[in-house]
Design a protein around this ligand. Structure first.
Ligand code: SF4
Length: 1005
């Protein structure tokens, strides 16, 4: 029992039946004191715990009802301060020129309350006390305007409550009330509160003595130990490991923290990991938090923050996806949440919404209309559209009024917040109360309160509000802030976060009312140095009142930036006192302490879970020699991972490097059951990296649709390329129909400009640009390419003229069909036997003979490229070691279909890549028909790889640059250079005979 409890017990015994009012810093702390008295064997009868605030409210309760006064909620106070500031501050004033932010208003509110609690009234303000007289006048006016605003709204704040209660008692007289006031001597009171207690007491006061810091400790039952840890998370682990290793019952432990951030979150999350969820407990874990846990740890709190960001970022599709994926939103009623959400996520990814509140309904409807067959996809799209409609309905634009924004947030929590555990339920309740009180303070006003930013208030709400606060309970570990904790009377106390820089926290001056001004305005106003001193004094008092075992803990290494961190001065002082090393410095302290508590426990009996037990085995001395084998025996995936690592590190080409044993006919492009081949996603993909082809075409792994909005880009590379192709298609088609080929710049520039205008407007409707700059940049590129195309085609025009545009062979028709379109792939014979089925979409085929017999029908193929580089299409070896065969395949495919149409004499005489880009300026890279024969040899070699189940990684890092599977490969080998080097090593190993086709491509070109 500490001194306070002894005296309280004595007072309760002495005034056994008399009514007693016990003044405590909080109701929760007061009840903890009474519990200790009861536990010590003294009956507690007729004792009422009160704070100064609740005491004042009790005294003035009838008057509040009579005069229709209400205690101002935090929301109402904030609005009153904002209105007062707006009324009295001028832009050319002293404080008025400061930018009005929510932070500034919070400061102003704190300053006003300090002044009022210190008993400073506007009329008693000494304006000469300020660094500038104008500032004094402004603060006087602010104080007056704030009070006027409260009066106008029929509100009172805490200072008013204390003042009114004092006046009430003075009027009715405190004497005669047979009440004993129990008053701990260390309770901190403001001037106004002191006056109130004086009035209440009427002389019938029992002052309760407390343990004095620095007093005689010799008779105290208190042992102190010092620990340090690698980061704050391990300080928390240290507490739980002590409970386990020392067999401490949880309800004998109180954890005090110096800063709620990060300790409250760490304690909550660690407890969730270590303890099985127990639904009979308040937060499902055996831990009570005196101040609760922040609402941001709950799903509704996270939803409110994410929703705010979604609205203010312009309703991006990616924001909605993130909310769904994090499980923050309710799914359509009655469905399994995980399954229903996965369906919504999949469907949402397929719709090209981009961003914008108004685009959701329109794009989802277009998506629904595009689904041809009824089925689960259509169902999911309809469910998503219905779901989004209700979400959008409660999501206003950022320009909404404060009342609308608060009502919308309330509806969001009520209708859309997912509640999956107790914390979520409490969060919906508590956040809802805050929103209701703000709605009440706003009073449904259509005009926003001057100077008040409701969106910022909403954004900060989940951080500011705490939920699930509780006093100590049987069977629970109790966590409390250092300031206000240490009252549970438990035998084991841990104080976490005693780091230099964290405790004591630096005393900061109030920028609105400087220390020097505070001293002059009223002696009772607290200054920053007093605050600092009080922190240290409070620490000493808490320690003085503790009994049993005390552990002082600090973090000796920052995990964020991997640097050494140091103990607070209070730890050093306590250690000097305990160790009797009066001159000991930080180095001496560290030398005496046990090694830091880390992720790996030092004792087997302190492991919190099996993961910690394995870490302990990995770090212990003497070392366990065969740990990898033991781990492999216990965890099959680790054993397989180790085997894969060994195989990859060898020179042999193994199943872990892309070898498929017994691949089957369906992988063989030359087998009728095998895949039909296109140029870019088929043959050239193999030539670039067989492993990437394996991921895409064999395993059929697709990257999720990219939905993030790039603020610098209107269209991505593929969308821009498609738009340019569409423009060129329309333009050339028009000239064919009008029989005006070749183009004439003077005549045709306006024609192509109008096509660009129309198609760009359409693309803009489908893909709204993130900003006008991004649109203008790409629009200029498009305009430039269109003009270059007209000019260069006019300049290079020969006897030929386009006859087929976007011919689709083995593929569905995309634009307008041509008379050579074929739904089925065509067969292309390869040298040395074997046939592949090939498909192609050919941008343009020109006929270059004049169509008169007896000349052979002769054609040339054009392929437009929007790339700004021409070199990949102009390799020295014609086929870029297997990476370029489009020219070969297109000439072979077009030859087959054109011969069917025009007779066996028909010849495809050449192939041209055409680059109408601004940088490439209409350059053409031309190939003659002589490349077809050697090119088909290369295609044969390419096809041999999947046919044999051989899918090695590329040996050239340049191939990885734009690869979609970088993340997959980096999971195997963080540095892709190492992966390519390993592949090269295996290719160079003559023992890997199966790699012969790849060697032929890469080495023999
Ligand atoms: S990242 Fe490189 S090695 Fe991996 S699949 Fe892509 S191209 Fe091949």
């Amino acid at each position: 029992m500490n001194t306070l409890i002894e005296h309280l017990a004595e007072a309760c015994g002495r005034h056994r039946v008399q009514e007693k009012w016990l003044i405590a810093p909080s109701l929760r702390v007061g009840h903890q004191w009474l519990d200790q008295v009861t536990l010590a064997g003294t009956p507690v009868v007729n004792v009422r715990v009160l704070t100064v605030r609740s005491l004042a409210l009790q005294v003035i309760g009838p008057r509040l009802a009579e005069e229709s006064l209400t205690v101002a909620s935090p929301a109402a106070r904030r609005i009153a301060v904002a209105s007062a500031w707006q009324d009295v501050m001028r832009d050319d004033g002293y404080l008025g020129e400061a930018r009005r932010t929510p932070g500034l208003l919070a400061l102003a509110e704190a300053t006003i309350l300090d002044l009022k609690l210190a008993g400073v009234a506007p009329e008693g303000f000494k304006t000469g006390a300020f660094e500038h007289r104008l500032k004094g006048h402004e603060l006087t006016a602010l104080l007056g305007a704030y009070q006027g605003e409260l009066d106008r709204r029929g509100l009172i704040d805490n200072a008013d409550a204390a003042r009114l209660a004092t006046a009430e008692l003075a009027g009715n007289g405190a004497a005669g009330r047979e009440i004993v006031l129990l008053w701990p001597e260390d309770i901190r009171l403001t001037a106004v509160e002191q006056t109130l207690l004086g009035a209440v007491a009427g002389g019938n006061v029992v002052t309760l003595a407390v343990d004095q810091p620095g007093g005689d400790d010799s008779g105290k039952d208190l042992s102190v130990r010092f620990v340090h840890a690698v980061g704050e998370a391990n300080e928390v682990r240290g507490v739980l490991r002590s409970c386990l290793g020392e067999e401490l019952s949880l309800d004998t432990v109180e954890v005090l923290y110096t800063a709620s951030d990060p300790y409250v979150s760490l304690i909550y999350e660690m407890a969730q990991r270590v303890f099985d969820p127990e639904t009979s407990l308040d937060l499902d874990i055996p831990v009570t938090f005196a101040d609760g846990v922040p609402a941001k740890l709950s799903r509704p709190g996270r939803l409110l923050a994410a929703w705010h960001e979604w609205i203010h970022d312009g309703f991006p599709q990616s924001g909605l996806l993130r909310m769904l994926q994090a499980g923050l939103l309710t799914s359509p009623a009655g469905d399994d949440h995980a399954v229903a959400t996965a369906g919504l996520v999949r469907t949402l990814r397929r719709t090209g919404i981009g961003f914008g509140r108004d685009r959701y309904q329109q794009c989802l409807q277009e998506h629904i209309d595009s689904i041809e067959r009824p089925g689960s996809h259509l169902q999911s799209a309809r469910a998503l559209a219905g779901f989004v409609e209700t979400l959008i309905a409660v999501s206003p634009e950022p320009s909404a009024s404060a009342a609308e924004a608060v009502a919308a947030a309330r509806a969001l929590l009520g209708d859309h917040a997912r509640v999956a555990d107790k914390l979520d339920g409490l969060a919906v309740q508590r956040l809802g109360q805050e929103l209701d009180s703000m709605a009440e303070a706003l009073g449904g006003a259509t005009a926003d309160p001057a100077g008040f930013d409701v969106w910022q208030w909403l954004e900060e709400l989940p951080d500011r509000i705490t939920i699930g606060g509780s006093g100590p309970r049987p069977g629970h570990l109790h966590a409390a802030p250092l300031r206000g904790g240490g009252h549970s009377g438990r035998a084991n106390t841990f104080v976490l976060g005693l780091n230099d820089g964290r405790f004591p926290s630096a005393g900061r001056q109030d920028p609105l009312l400087l220390d020097v001004e505070r001293r002059q305005v009223a002696a009772s106003l607290r200054t920053s140095d007093v605050e600092l001193h009080e922190q240290l004094e409070q620490f000493d008092r808490v320690l003085a009142g503790l009994r049993g075992r005390l552990t002082l803990s600090f973090s000796s290494r920052s995990l964020d930036d991997d640097r050494e961190t140091f103990a607070s001065q209070v730890v050093l002082s306590a250690w000097r006192r305990v160790s009797l090393e009066r001159d000991g410095d930080h180095a001496a302290l560290m030398k005496r302490l046990d090694p830091a508590i880390s992720f790996a426990p030092r004792d087997a009996d302190r492991c919190l879970d099996s993961g910690e037990w394995w870490l302990y085995q990995a770090a212990r001395e003497p070392r366990v020699e065969n740990l990898p084998e033991l781990a492999g025996a216990a965890f099959d995936h680790l054993a397989r991972g180790a085997a894969a690592g060994t195989a990859r590190a060898s020179d042999a080409f193994t199943v872990y490097d892309g070898r498929v044993d017994d691949p089957g006919a369906e992988l063989d492009p030359c087998d009728p059951r095998g895949p039909a081949m296109s140029a870019t996603s088929g043959l050239q993909a193999i030539g670039k990296c067989p492993l990437a082809y394996f991921y895409a075409r064999v395993l059929k792994i697709e990257l999720p649709e990219h939905v993030d909005v790039n603020p610098d880009e209107w269209l991505d590379a593929m969308q821009f390329g498609t738009l340019l192709h569409d423009v060129l298609f329309r333009f050339v088609e028009k000239l064919i129909v009008d029989d005006t080929w070749p183009p004439e710049p003077e005549r045709d520039r306006p024609v192509i400009a109008s096509i660009v205008q129309s198609l760009a407007a359409d693309a803009r409707r489908r893909h709204p640009p993130p900003n006008e700059d991004a649109y203008r940049r790409q629009r200029r590129r498009l305009d430039g390419s269109a003009e270059i195309f007209v000019n260069e085609q006019a300049r290079q025009a020969g006897p030929g003229r386009p006859v087929y545009l976007e011919a689709s062979i083995g593929l569905p028709t995309e634009q307008r069909s041509t008379d050579i379109d074929a739904p089925d792939p065509v067969e292309v014979a390869l040298p040395g036997g074997g046939t592949i089925r090939a498909r192609a979409r050919i941008d343009r085929i020109d006929r270059v003979d004049d169509g008169d017999a007896p000349k052979r029908p002769t054609f040339v193929i054009y392929d437009y490229k929007s790339s700004s580089r021409t070199d990949p299409y102009d390799p020295s070896d014609l086929f870029d070691k297997g990476r370029l065969v489009q020219h070969v395949l297109y000439m072979a495919v077009a030859g087959a279909v054109l011969r069917d149409r025009f007779g066996p004499d028909t010849v495809v005489d050449g192939f041209r890549f055409m680059f109408p880009g601004v940088r490439t300026h209409g350059r053409e890279v031309a190939f003659g028909r002589d490349v077809v024969e050697p090119g088909l040899e290369v295609i044969r070699t390419l096809c041999a790889l999947p046919a044999a189940g051989i899918f090695p990684a590329t040996d050239d890092l340049a191939d990885c640059r734009y690869c979609s599977y970088r993340a997959a490969c980096q999971a195997v080998q963080r540095d892709l250079r190492d992966l390519c080097a390993a592949s090269k090593r295996k290719i160079d190993n003559p023992g890997n005979t199966v790699l012969k086709p790849f060697v032929e491509l890469r080495r023999d070109g």
